[in-house]
Design a protein around this ligand. Structure first.
Ligand code: C2O
Ligand code: CU
Length: 463
């Protein structure tokens, strides 16, 4: 049973203290685990002059900025990290978008035991895909992510073209009062709608930071929306840019950036052609909505090979299986609001409300027994998820452990490459094709965390 299994992995996890653990048992090829210490620190969220007590995965760099480090991995090469919990509540790490083994997925009660304060857990896996991904806890997430535990992962591919420089931008908001202290993480009224927005917007834990980039050069910009609520509309002013990857997967034909919506959990990769003039400034911004704002500025400086944006070629594709539509089984999935009823208490953080449901079933909390899977999938078989958003709000729906392709939609003409997160638009109906090629229990949930935590969550079992 699941409980016996979890006890077994708890014993395995405990063994790291005496030098065992998964990484060590894998033998000579295992890399030295990176230390990821979840801890409190003070962050200076730059221009605001306020220094709230945030949570971070500390390293030398993080100690200065408060931002969790950008983790660099290599496609097809083993990676290992040791989570040490120096917080005052249980936590775990989920590797968002990485198609890795289920036991490393970081969902407490489902794939691993809680990591209590003072304890640790060894993660070891091999990322199969190159691209931009991210990592965050899967426990008390509105608080833990809201307080800063959201970091970017870059999985490098030695076959990628070389650009003149690379910039990683981690976008998120903070719910802070005027004194710099955290305020209530959400308002129930907003949780039942589009979600509660932060009060301070940051890029890499700073407000509208400025970076230098080679004049006339091609810059690879990786953006990750790690906020718990905000949907961004990305645009650029002052230079041409093309979109080369979405949610970790290369687009088949890079296309010019005009305005691009991406929601919590999603990533965008751009190649920007910097102006030739020394000192010219390019602006990346959130260009729609009631309060447009600058995400970052890039200043052209120094020299480059003066390349042409038309030279940008598609990146090599990731090895994601295409669903066999002739044999695929169809699974309807309805995303709806639901009549409020009391949620089951959970040590992993219940918000005390239920507003949402998947196929009429609101998630019963992160409990030892989360109930039945929304569907059981046969290992290796193809499926088409018929998703329907029956609400007037957008929902970034994320699937763990498996990537899917949007096959059709009543709301879009351009279909993105395979993804782990679809920003399901109001009243959108879409068909998502996937191959159930990764065994285990895989969560499916809205990445507006208030929605996730008030019912919009379920899981698939692949056996
Ligand atoms: Cu970004 Cu369930 O995760
Ligand atoms: Cu949602």
């Amino acid at each position: 049973s699941r409980r016996t299994l979890l006890k077994g992995s708890a014993a395995a996890a405990a063994s790291f203290a005496v030098g065992g653990g998964l990484a060590a048992r894998r033998g000579a090829a295992a890399p030295v685990p990176l230390l990821l210490k979840a801890q409190f620190t003070e962050a200076s969220l730059a221009a605001s002059g306020i220094t709230p007590k945030v949570m971070t995965y500390g390293t030398g760099e993080a100690a200065a900025t408060g931002m969790p480090p950008v983790l660099r991995m290599k496609k097809g090469e083993p990676f290992a990290a040791r989570l040490v919990n120096a917080l005052d509540e249980p936590t775990t790490v989920h590797w968002h978008g990485l198609r890795i083994v289920n036991a490393m997925d970081g969902v407490p009660e489902m794939t691993q035991p809680y990591v209590y304060p003072g304890d640790g857990f060894d993660y070891a896996f091999t990322p199969p895909d190159a691209g931009t991904f991210w990592y965050h806890p899967h426990c008390n997430t509105l608080t833990q992510m809201g307080h800063g535990l959201t970091g970017v992962i870059v999985v490098e591919n030695p076959d990628d073209p070389v650009y003149d420089s690379e910039i990683v931008l981690n976008l998120r908001d903070w719910r802070l009062g005027a004194d710099g202290a955290f305020i209530a993480p959400f308002k129930p009224r907003d949780a039942a709608r589009g979600g509660t927005y932060g009060t301070v917007r940051t890029t890499n834990w700073q407000q509208a930071p400025a970076y230098d980039a080679p004049a006339g050069g091609l810059v690879r910009i990786r953006l990750a929306a790690t906020d718990v609520t905000r949907i961004y509309t990305l645009g650029a002013d002052g230079a041409a840019a093309v979109v080369i990857a979405l949610d970790g997967n290369p687009v088949e034909a890079p296309f010019p950036l005009d305005l691009l919506d991406f929601g919590p959990g999603q990533r965008v990769e751009l190649i920007m052609r910097m102006p030739d003039d020394e000192g010219a400034v390019v602006k990346l911004g959130n260009f729609r909505g009631s309060s447009p704002f600058t995400i970052a500025t890039l200043r052209a400086t120094g020299t480059s090979l003066k390349r042409d944006i038309r030279d940008v070629k598609p990146l090599p594709a990731n090895p994601i299986a295409e669903a066999d539509l002739s044999s695929a089984v169809r699974i309807p999935l309805d995303f709806t609001a639901t009549a409020e009823h009391a949620p089951v208490p959970s040590i992993c953080g219940t918000l005390g409300y239920t507003f949402w449901a998947i196929n009429k079933v609101p998630w019963q909390g992160d409990t030892p027994d989360p109930g039945a899977p929304v569907s059981e999938l046969k290992l290796g078989k193809s499926y088409v998820l018929q998703v329907r958003n029956r609400t007037p709000h957008a929902h970034p729906i994320h699937l763990h452990g498996l990537s899917f392709r949007i096959l059709s939609s009543n709301k879009r003409t351009i279909l993105p490459p395979p993804t782990d997160t679809i920003l399901l638009l109001p009243d959108e109906q879409a068909e998502l094709g996937l191959v159930a090629d990764n065994p285990g229990d895989w969560l499916l949930h809205c990445h507006i965390i208030e929605h996730q935590k008030t019912g919009m969550s379920a899981y698939f079992r692949v056996v």
